[in-house]
Design a protein around this ligand. Structure first.
Ligand code: UDP
Length: 369
């Protein structure tokens, strides 16, 4: 079976790494029919610290194609990605096209494959934030409605799909971010930021905060970011803040304007650095779905600066989310009680997700091939 995998943004590299690794083991141990994976990188994230470092750290095979599409308006971006994906699909004639998550790369891949009459597999199907204005939510809904095999992280996601009338070929397989976190967060890792915290006589762990912010809702003007930075500035420990390229100028300007001293704004860090910084943090403030998931799995308290009503109630997620943040709201949320035992227990259940994904793909593929 020939799988064409489309990736483009950093959370997708982490997920694809788990499946590529499962494919290598699958072929080596002759578990099922031989799987050939062709990887296409759209170029959405292209800086070494947003892309290359993930391939090196996670041992992902180099993509066969790099479409080099970045920048420009959303529409220009999507159309260039679709044109590039079209020619790779036509050249490769894969049996299935594998899509992860909810980025523009995911949408371009799914839409192109579906239009060309190829089968689309969506990993992380059914995730919903109940907010159709959110750009990622639009992508999720469109992708799910044109996919042929829908692989969900949770029962909640499966129920979301059923609520939209999608019930065929839907399976809960687990969370690849959880599998990756479980595999790598327990391995010792000293990165330059943790080292420099120690050299600055800041004791780790739990003597710093970790923050990320890149969602369009929070970056279209200064408000959210300013509130987050002001809250962090007032805390007793410093905040390590890897800045997404989208925000760099704004963050530097705010640091200058308000003379923030307690915020360590750094370039984006690699995956191993990120999960170890999360694990060692006192608390995390973020608007990233991936960072939120990892923080939850680490059992570290957090504030999620997004409105996401559909987060399952049994997780501590719902006590901590925050839309349209104000400094005082963030500080109040940081003081809320948090059950740190739930996440690590759930994290463990995701071991083997990559393998389960392959099993489901093979089972389903045999039905139509
Ligand atoms: N991440 C990273 N370096 C950073 C910030 C985040 O490696 O400087 C990792 C993070 O640990 C998670 C993933 O990138 O694995 C999340 O990506 P992002 O926040 O860009 O996307 P989202 O999850 O919001 O779609």
């Amino acid at each position: 079976m020939k799988i064409l995998t489309i990736v483009g943004a950093r959370p997708q590299f982490v997920k694809a790494a788990m499946v590529s690794d499962a494919i290598a083991k699958w072929n080596k141990d002759n578990i099922g029919a031989e799987v050939e994976e062709i990887m296409v990188h759209t170029g959405q994230h292209y800086d070494d610290n947003m892309s290359g470092v993930f391939f090196r750290q996670l041992g992902i095979p180099a993509p066969k194609y790099n479409l080099g599409v970045s920048g420009g308006s959303q529409i220009d971006n999507l159309s260039r990605m679709m044109t590039g994906v079209e020619s790779t699909i036509m050249d490769e004639q894969p049996d299935v096209v594998l899509i992860y998550g909810d980025t523009n790369s995911s949408l371009a891949g799914a839409l192109t494959a579906a239009k060309l009459g190829f089968k689309v597999i969506h990993v992380e199907a059914g995730d919903r934030a109940d907010n159709k204005n959110n750009p990622e939510e639009m992508n999720r809904i469109m992708i799910d409605h044109i996919s042929n095999l829908l692989l969900c992280t949770t029962e909640t996601a499966r129920r979301n799909l059923a609520g939209e009338g999608i019930t065929d070929n839907v399976f809960v397989v687990g969370n690849l971010m959880g599998e990756a976190f479980f595999r790598y967060a327990s391995k010792p890792w000293k990165d330059r930021i943790l080292l420099s915290l120690e050299q600055g006589n800041i004791e780790v762990p739990e003597k710093y905060y970790y923050m990320t912010c890149h969602r369009q809702e929070n970056t279209r003007n200064d408000n959210a970011l300013k509130a987050m930075m002001m809250a962090m500035e007032s805390l007793e420990y410093p905040t390590v803040f890897p800045v997404h390229p989208r925000n760099k100028d704004r963050v530097l300007r705010l640091i200058n304007e308000f003379s923030f001293q307690n915020i360590w704004a750094v370039e984006p860090v690699g995956y191993f650095e990120s999960i170890h910084l999360i694990k060692g943090a006192k608390q995390v403030v973020t608007d990233s779905g991936g960072v939120l998931t990892e923080t939850f799995f680490a059992g570290v308290p957090y504030v999620y600066v997004m409105d996401m009503p559909k987060i399952p109630k049994r997780t501590p997620f719902d006590v901590s989310r925050l839309a349209k943040p104000l400094k005082e709201d963030i500080l109040a949320k940081l003081n809320q009680p948090f059950d740190a035992s739930v996440g690590p227990a759930i994290c463990e259940r995701n071991i083997g997700t990559g393998r389960r994904i392959l099993e489901k793909i093979e089972e389903w593929y045999l039905l139509f091939s």
